[in-house]
Design a protein around this ligand. Structure first.
Ligand code: NAD
Length: 338
């Protein structure tokens, strides 16, 4: 049993904690909460609560929330920490992990340069084999790597061009935006292009990102120039070999992210999350070796199975396909809704 501590119990941390808790080869040693709010109360029903600094123990206990100590105590009792603190904080936490000899998985808000390998289960599971510091790439990059990998495997990829329509913020946030505007990312390519290359060995990549006022999902329009020609049918068949890709159809009335998330709600898995990347079958096309498709990414949850698989690779617990199969079965990934 690998003991996994979770530092940061927000959008990603709480989902990783759940996903780890349903694995047979891992257990959650505890979670770090920084404020004694309703989420800490909920978390304390399932997990041991730790705090970032000693001073917080009394603040939590004054609110009636029992703690099991500080982050240092959690590290002491863990084989690995999944760091899901806010963007940029993981880099600051790394020396603490190094000092105590604990492994750590970081998230997409951290730079590739702070780890030994960036991770995507399909495209480069073995790069993290036995490593101490690994980063699961961001929700957008995970979405791109997931669907480009089958194309890369079957037909080869010369270059990628993608437009990313990004959600403004997550559903639990009432402060960030935009609220009534469309915000283009002015750095081109956006950071997703170099990020993709850390997990998938494709040639030239160009990405443009635009933020819009929605919280549900991101939508990507992807074009990949393939080394070999292919067809729509062959692309759909390549996608169908991978559980973490969900075909959806406008003919069935799935015409926006609203209906994609409705499918997830009907399936009623954990928090009604959609771990899979949804690809609209009508959008899949091939012209002169250029594969095109449109996909939707549930930013709160697509990286969760990758965190579980990253832990397995870092401890050399299972080879790629076995780990993915186990994670998929335990989280209900690929479970048919209709
Ligand atoms: P979040 O803000 O929802 O959660 C972060 C949590 O860390 C919060 O609960 C916060 O209270 C807590 N925290 C703050 N200071 C802390 C401290 N000193 N010690 C411990 N916990 C502390 O953020 P998130 O969306 O879960 O993002 C976490 C990481 O995951 C970031 O790197 C982000 O880029 C990445 N990520 C986010 C998404 C997404 O869409 N939300 C998707 C993929 C990856």
């Amino acid at each position: 049993m690998i003991k996994v501590g979770i530092n940061g119990y927000g959008t990603i941390g709480k989902r990783v904690a759940y996903a780890i808790s349903v694995q047979k080869d891992m257990t959650v040693s505890g979670v770090v909460k920084s404020n004694p709010d309703f989420m800490s109360r909920i978390a304390s029903k399932n997990f041991n609560i730790f705090v970032p600094e000693k001073d917080k123990i009394k603040i939590f206990e004054d609110q009636g929330i029992k703690t099991s100590g500080t982050i240092e105590d959690l590290i002491e009792d863990s084989d690995i920490i999944v760091d899901a603190t806010p963007e940029g904080m993981g880099r600051k936490n790394k020396p603490m992990y190094e000092k105590s000899g604990v492994k750590a998985v970081f998230q997409g808000g951290e730079e590739h340069s702070i780890v030994q390998a960036s991770f995507n289960a399909y495209s480069n599971y073995s790069d993290s084999w036995g490593k101490d510091f690994v980063r699961v790439v961001s929700c957008n990059t995970t979405g791109l790597a997931r669907t480009l990998y089958p194309i890369f495997q079957d037909f080869g990829i010369e270059s990628v061009n993608a437009t990313l329509v990004r959600r403004g913020t997550d559903p639990n946030d009432h402060k960030k935006g935009p609220m009534n505007a469309i915000e283009p990312g002015l750095k081109i390519p956006s950071h997703h292009a170099p990020d993709l290359k850390t997990v998938l060995g494709v040639g030239e990549v160009n990405t443009v990102a635009v933020k819009v006022p929605t919280t549900l999902m991101h939508v990507h329009s992807v074009q990949a120039v393939m080394k070999k020609n292919s067809s729509k049918e062959e692309l759909l068949s390549a996608f169908s070999n991978y559980n973490r890709i969900l075909p959806v159809s406008g003919k069935d009335g799935v015409s926006s992210t609203a209906q994609v998330m409705e499918i997830a709600k009907e399936r009623s898995l954990n928090r009604s999350d959609l771990y899979e990347i949804a690809v609209w079958v009508e959008s899949v096309s091939v012209r002169d070796r250029v594969a095109s498709y449109i996909q939707a990414v549930h930013q709160e949850s697509d990286v969760i199975p990758e965190n579980v698989d990253a832990v397995r690779s870092m401890f050399q617990l299972s080879e790629r396909d076995k780990s993915i199969r186990t994670t998929d079965e335990t989280l209900g990934i690929g479970k048919k809704v209709y």
